[in-house]
Design a protein around this ligand. Sequence first.
Ligand code: BTN
Length: 252
Amino acid sequence: RLGLPTKVLGRDIHYEETVDSTQKIAHRLANEDAPEGTIIIAEEQLLGRGRMDRRWHSPKYTGIWMSVILRPNIPPPKAPQLTLITAVAVVQAIEDFTGLSPQIKWPNDILINGKKVTGILTELQADADRITSIIIGIGINVNQKVEEYPEDLRAIATSLSIECDKKLQRADLIKLILQKLEQLYFLYLEKGFYPIKLLWESYAISIGKYITARTITGSIHGKALGITEDGVLKVEDDSGKVHHIYSADIEL
Ligand code: BTN
């Protein structure tokens, strides 16, 4: 047990040495009626999943590979808000824990000094118009050393340990993340998304800048204006048309 300061998050913890993917386990447990706040943590993932069907490299004992089951009573189009809430929680936790200043690249990458340190993957289980559960996967590179990254990744990926130059206690960071996530989740359930949106925008790097959004149907180049109430990115192209981007990779 972690001795958690939370009420809901982590009231049921499944800790595993090696798994395919904590997301996969979370989906199964969610189907078996696991309570809200159930978390799955693994030391290693053999088939870690990233966004857009990518792999997520999850080596043993060095990172935080975790999935959280939430069951908010919200319609499916609002689900991306949970990704943004999680990003804010992780940024706050990393800030408090390391003194570093992470930033968010829409929708869910957390960068330190321009390099990716965390990815968040939100997946849904839903009926026709109701979410039955949201599975939030959080992957954080914590204690990897620079030599452990292949040359081509060193320019774009990093770990907390590389950035703050010391080894970190993963369990303490997990506790802090769950604490921050619960605070923000309760705030969201009580007050709605607006307070979170303001926090999110204060950490976002792309807002106000020219970006290229690569979606499955094509690329859109323009100025990132901000996010909507649902967490959708608004991009204004040169003709003044505003595009709503639901899912994309962003290049700055
Ligand atoms: C991304 O940036 O593409 C998202 C990466 C999400 C990785 C985490 S690690 C824990 C959970 N289990 C998975 O298989 N993926 C997520």
